[in-house]
Design a protein around this ligand. Structure first.
Ligand code: USQ
Length: 405
């Protein structure tokens, strides 16, 4: 199959390119390299040394004999070129990762909010409009997020995208299925909620075939394919904006940094290992909806954990200390979370569970590259409101000199 992978240079995009190329698909990476520019803006770098996209593709060819095509294109700002690209390449499937994906980055300043909305919603809408205009019947798979559902305790399992409701009408109650109400907790998560409405419209109006994957927090770094050569290594973010919670705890353990739990650590979140993430995309690709069907929605997660339990697990493994910090985010201190993921299990997903061997593997990767870590970039300092900004802890290590009295 000819597959366009939008955002194929990113954390989940890159291993997906390798996974699908290894299965024999013809892969076209479309990316504007914005994630690399953001590294430059923030003055941070991936823990793992990452080569240019062109070099990564060259190494893949050397190792496997397979070609990865790379196209430099900004989906959000170059609509005419996007349309031309689709008209020329006519992919059978499009996998859309091309969005700014960090909640803390999206909340940094008004500029970051505006960028995240313009970039994410613009890219998604341009892809949809271009598919309709060029008449390409490609299956569009989008990487969405569990965060569209919000994180308040509902006391019932979160279904896969649609909620059964009963509406009182004069003729009596009528059953209906509606999109599960969104309750995003950051500007980033809000963009993925807006994406859902765009998908609903284009599936219903133009018969586009769309799958939306509501993914949990990804952990781990290697997949079977990124392991094949040191220069195929995946990126690994540890900084306060892009590092995600479990991977952050693991690098913190590796460098003797206190584990940075926000608030009480009572937040329960959904998780998935990076290897399962690429496998789920393969499964979704093989199970395309038909034209005229509603958007197919999967919960792409395998287990749920409470943040403080993860910190305690990593502390037990490594001897690290746990620091309970003022929370830079506006979020429920404690929540329960039960999530349905029956569809991927039915398609044959055999989940990788969080276990000590895999956690230790990440700690080993972090130790190997510890010299590349800037400790001053570890604290999470992007605050959700101006009031919260005043209480952010910028020095969890207590490194700064303090007055003696
Ligand atoms: N947290 C800590 N300490 C840290 C970092 C985070 O306690 O050092 C807490 C946060 O306050 C939050 C939870 O851990 O309660 C998760 O934070 P996160 O940064 O791991 O995840 P999040 O911001 O939700 O975003 C990540 C990805 C995003 C994806 C989302 C899936 O960056 O692209 O959509 O996970 S989900 O969380 O299921 O919505």
């Amino acid at each position: 199959m000819k597959i366009a992978i939008l955002g194929g240079d990113g954390f989940v995009g890159w291993p997906t390119c390798l996974h699908l190329s290894n299965l024999g698909h013809d892969i076209h990476i479309v990316d504007n390299l914005s994630r690399r520019w953001i590294d430059t803006e923030l003055g941070v770098q991936s823990l793992t040394p990452m080569d240019s996209i062109q070099e990564r593709c060259r190494i893949w060819k050397e190792v496997t004999g397979r070609t990865l095509h790379f196209h430099l294109l900004n989906l959000a700002t170059e609509y005419e070129r996007v349309k031309q690209w689709f008209a020329e390449h006519r992919p059978d499937a499009v996998i859309h990762f091309a969005e700014q994906r960090a909640a803390p980055y999206s909340m940094k300043t008004d500029r970051h909010k505006v960028y995240t909305v313009d970039n994410n919603v613009g890219a998604t809408h341009h892809v949809l409009a271009a598919l309709v205009e060029t008449g390409i019947d490609a299956h569009l798979i989008h990487l969405g997020t569990m965060g569209v559902y919000g994180y308040s305790s509902v006391g019932a399992p979160i279904p896969e995208g649609y909620l059964d409701v009963s509406i009182d009408t004069p003729a009596g109650p009528r059953e209906q299925q509606i999109l599960y109400p969104t309750r995003p907790g950051s500007v980033y998560h809000m963009t993925k909620s807006l994406d859902q409405i765009l998908f609903q419209f284009y599936a219903q109006n133009d018969g586009l075939r769309i799958t939306d994957l509501h993914q949990g927090i990804v952990w781990g770094t290697h997949t079977d394919q990124t392991r094949r050569h040191p220069q195929l290594v995946n990126r690994f973010d540890y900084d306060g904006d892009y590092g995600t919670v479990l991977n952050r705890f693991l690098i913190q353990a590796a460098i003797g940094y206190p584990l940075t739990v926000h608030g009480t650590g009572g937040q329960t979140r959904a998780f998935i290992h990076i290897q399962d993430s690429v496998r789920c995309i393969e499964l979704a690709l093989a199970d395309a909806p038909k034209s005229g069907e509603r958007v197919r929605i999967f919960n792409q997660m395998t287990e749920t954990h409470r943040v403080r339990d993860l910190a305690q697990l990593v502390a037990r493994l490594s001897g690290a200390k746990v620091a309970f910090l003022p929370n830079p985010r506006k979020e429920a201190e404690e929540n329960d979370l039960i999530v349905r993921n029956d569809q991927f299990l039915a398609l044959g997903l055999n989940p990788i569970r969080l276990e000590e061997g895999l956690l230790s593997e990440v700690v080993d990767v972090a130790k190997k590259f510890a010299h590349r870590i800037d400790r001053s970039r570890v604290p999470a300092v992007s605050a959700w409101t101006k009031e919260i900004a005043e209480r952010v802890d910028r020095d969890p290590e207590r490194q700064a000199l303090r007055p003696a009295s």
